[in-house]
Ligand binder design. Structure first.
Ligand SMILES: NC(=O)C1=CN([C@@H]2O[C@H](COP(=O)(O)OP(=O)(O)OC[C@H]3O[C@@H](n4cnc5c(N)ncnc54)[C@H](OP(=O)(O)O)[C@@H]3O)[C@@H](O)[C@H]2O)C=CC1
Ligand SMILES: CC(C)(CO)C(=O)C(=O)O
Length: 297
């Protein structure tokens, strides 16, 4: 299959590698001419110390070539605009897979494009750049995908899932996105506000108390929406993840400390929006949302 990747960042290029290895054709859609000029025509990925180079075509959204299979791997706040930049190149048979954290844009894409086949996913893979287009694969995680639109079948999953790109098929992807959202609500804003590593949230009473209050509110909203989170309390799950990733800086802590826009609006912002819709007070989440808004772009 021919896949266009919109959002040639860490996750986008990680997927470019997986798709190429599993026999798909890949084209990158880069943000602007500057980015296209910067691109030499190849990118590299280092996995377990082993570097692989891939020569891959790149183009701008303004190209005319039709898009049949679109993987969107921008940050959550950029995905709607990114999709709209290539919308005229899609047709009713185009299949879209969104792979970003946070919630809101995925459902918006389905609502605004009722004829499209739309999938969403959540991943615990990790990757980062050591230089532009030089990717380092960090943790090998799990990637779950599921169909959000009425249209479509399991065919897309069957085409993508293979040894080079092992995936899990989810019939209730909304709940999967919620579980990731819940963990991100509990960890990301607090690490950004306290400017600390994930594990350092657990060392102080005030941080643990804030985390516990956030978790309690998230559970109330999820329960009102009939979303099942975890077998254990969210605080226990978030604690385990903060401990397991103790030495890591969360994505939001990194975004704030490097002066980049954060994904707060699609994480805590989405939670607060859903809470309001359900008539539930979420003061701790609202406070972290306001605080992150005041210190980030
Ligand atoms: N990196 C990781 O290890 C993990 C990331 N995630 C999630 O995956 C998502 C992607 O993260 P990540 O890959 O790290 O982010 P990056 O910032 O590395 O990649 C996003 C890419 O999208 C590009 N982009 C933004 N807008 C457009 C547009 N309109 N047209 C074309 N390209 C565009 C950016 O371009 P430019 O470079 O020009 O800004 C950038 O290359 C996020 O939601 C993140 O939370 C989840 C798990 C792990
Ligand atoms: C789970 C966690 C908090 C790991 O750092 C994460 O997903 C992130 O940083 O965005």
């Amino acid at each position: 299959m021919h896949w266009h990747i919109l959002g040639a960042g860490a996750i986008g290029l990680l997927w470019a590698d997986k798709l190429i290895r599993s026999g798909h054709q890949v084209t990158l859609i880069l943000r602007n001419q500057d980015k296209l000029d910067q691109y030499s025509g190849e990118f590299s990925i280092t996995d377990d110390g082993q570097e692989t180079r891939h020569k891959v075509d790149a183009q701008l959204a303004s190209e005319a070539e039709p898009v049949s299979n679109l993987l969107i791997t921008t940050k959550s706040f950029a995905s709607t605009a990114a999709f709209n930049s290539v919308k005229s190149r899609t047709s009713d048979s185009t299949r879209v897979l969104l792979l970003h954290n946070g919630m809101g844009p995925q459902q918006q894409l389905v609502e605004e494009n009722p004829t499209l086949e739309v999938w969403a996913g959540s991943t615990t893979d990790g990757a980062y750049f050591s230089a532009p287009f030089i990717l380092i694969r960090a943790g090998k995680g799990e990637t779950r995908i599921g169909r959000l639109s009425q249209q479509g079948s399991e065919q897309l999953f069957n085409e993508l899932n293979c040894d080079q790109n092992p995936l899990l098929l989810e019939t209730d992807i909304i709940s999967v996105l919620w579980r990731k959202l819940a963990i991100n609500c509990a960890i990301n804003p607090l690490t950004a506000l306290f400017n600390c590593r994930n594990g350092e949230l657990l060392k102080y009473d005030d941080r643990r108390a804030a985390m516990a209050q956030i978790c309690k509110e998230v559970e109330q909203v999820a329960s009102a929406l009939n979303i099942t989170l975890f077998d254990c309390k969210l605080m226990e799950q978030a604690w385990n993840i903060a401990e397991l990733t103790g030495q890591n800086h969360s994505s939001m802590q990194q975004d704030v400390s490097q002066g980049r826009p954060t994904e707060i609006e699609t994480i805590t912002g989405y939670l607060c929006q859903e809470a309001e819709r359900m008539g539930i007070n979420v003061p701790a989440n609202q406070m972290t949302l306001d605080a992150i808004r005041s210190i980030s772009l």
